[in-house]
Design a protein around this ligand. Sequence first.
Ligand code: NAD
Length: 705
Amino acid sequence: MTSTPSRKPALAILGKRNLELGPFARDTQQEPGPWAHWRMRTDEDGIVWLLFDKKDTSANTLSEQVLAELNDVLGKLERDVPRGVVIRSVKPSGFIAGADITQFRGVTDSAELEMLLSRGHAVLDRLDRLPTVTVAVIHGYCLGGGLELALACDYRIAVDDASFGFPEVLLGLHPGLGGTVRLPRLINPVAAMTMMLTGRTERTRRARRLRLVDAVMQERHVRAAVRAAVDGDLRRGKQDFVGALLNLRPTRRLLARRMVSEAAKRAPRAHYPAPYALIDLWVEHGGDADAMQQAEIASFAKLLVGDTAQNLVRVFFLRENLKKLAGGDWPGRRVHIVGAGTMGGDIAAWCAWQGLVVTLADTNRNAIGGAIKRAAELYGKIGRDDRRRVRDALDRLIPDLRGDGATNADLVIEAVPENLDLKRKIFAAVEPRMKSGAILATNTSSIPLEALRENLARPQRFVGIHFFNPVSRLQLVEVVSHDRAAPDVLADACAFLGCIDRLPAPVKSAPGFLVNRALTPYLLEALVMLDAGVKKEAIDKAARDFGMPMGPIELADEVGLDVCLHVADTLRGSLHRDMPEAPQWLRDKVAKGELGKKTGKGLYDWEDGRAVKSHEDVAPPADATDRLILPMLDACVTCLREGVVADEAVLDGAMIFATGFAPFRGGPLHYARKRGIAEVRGALERLAAQYGPRFTPDPGWDGLS
Ligand code: NAD
């Protein structure tokens, strides 16, 4: 494969960026100091530059040791008070990316945690009280604990591209180092609560509008701005009258009611307690900083030892694990896609958005036109404030009716309809035109790769790269191997996915691979229940109550009943298990063109992109959740036993990032382990006795106990 210029210009620039580090710029990194993570120098104006450079990492995070050292530094500054203190990161990636999440793993003792948190609070309070002007100069990421540290400074100066946020809620937590106290006092409390409740990241300009930062500037003006801040010539953001009013107890109570109902729309308290805990904190203690601080510590500790946060921390590491599988940089730059339908068009759009040059081929001119129109709509949504990026991505997405792009491509992805002969015909035409080092991939959902690779000249350079629909939303992509695939080609396919910001899950070619194999019994069981007269809304509710983002009936409509039927038939044909057959009425529906969301009618009627539900309040039967979820778990166990997927971490990650499997449960296998392997197997046996052998537990359960 030819080596090409980096496809990540933004990162390349960041790597070379010249940070304004005051007097420290010329110091060597190696110069030993009293601290492992902090370095301190005084400039000619008598301003101390405190530089954060966490040892042996590319991004700064806050850990117990980092804060202990900061405490030591502050002691020194208290003894010998300078004119001003600047806190700045020397890492090109940004200021501080948050707390070191490895510290959150497996925490069970909330009392010990409260002590630890109190020590962290004491350090930031000490920074807050330092009898001199303190300035945080922020570039890149300033998240979580990093933002809390910045909030403890008198001024925040942002360099152009900074981003600010409290992502704790995504881990089932809320800020825990004083963020809940300081943010609503600094900016409009409703905006503060929204930031903390949604975990949304704010870019520099909006952070300035919110008065989260006092100034925004280019790197070269940083030193002048620091001097102005120290001399009192820079205006400080302060809470205004409206903000103060909103922070009063009666207003807080009123606003909280709305916040709770908004939070409930996103997730119930029983599954995700953090947003509710945060709202409670604010309502109860928003007017009293000391009480709020104590309550924040207790609430954070309680959340962190709870199942939801621990499982979401697990999910964080499952994602990291999948990211690692992507390995290093992908050396390619050009992708050629054959088939501009639902999948090919969307894969092309996503690749171009991520910086690759994409040629898009189809025998149908209108399909290419439609794909480009959809791409423009997608870019309009995801790239709102970045018109240049939208324009560049559209420039990189090249219609290619004659399919000439295959000649120069580093990767060719086939996404034509699910038909073995058609796909083979495409390969026969495309493979001879490809560069010898390029990869040929298929997006097939169900055709065995062994059948597809049969007539290829270079089967070792052929893999499955199985995206899910919608490509821009579902992060997981299965990388499917087969008996002749070369390991370096599989690794390259994973690296390609890393390069387009997707998570690869390596799987073996087997019916349905992993994700569809596990989803199919779940969807089929829903149809069996529907056949037996259970209301579709009740079936969906049973799954949602468990924590699935949508129920199986709605999901089948989303995916398309034709696609579901095809996958179910293929799986049933190739798996020698007692799988229920898709009902005749489903076949009739598909034959009539009632395919689900895409045709406006399927199992539900669809209006404005939403399923019309008329029986929302019908309670599901008591065993409905187990009937849906346990067959999915059982299929996961089969995949593990058959080696379709290497281990439980990849399996759990894949199911969460491809299907949205209740993240707060930590993944299907983790859920089974937590509930008890013997208990789950027993429940399956009971269901098998009642409903039939399709529930008979896989022998793989024995290996898990
Ligand atoms: P689609 O019918 O929406 O699109 C297929 C496109 O291929 C059409 O635009 C068609 O004109 C084009 N085409 C047909 N013959 C061609 C040829 N000889 N040369 C070039 N183009 C040709 O299909 P889809 O839903 O995008 O599915 C494509 C593949 O992706 C299938 O293998 C399917 O199993 C798989 N897949 C689909 C989904 C899904 O949800 N739709 C999800 C994952 C994988």
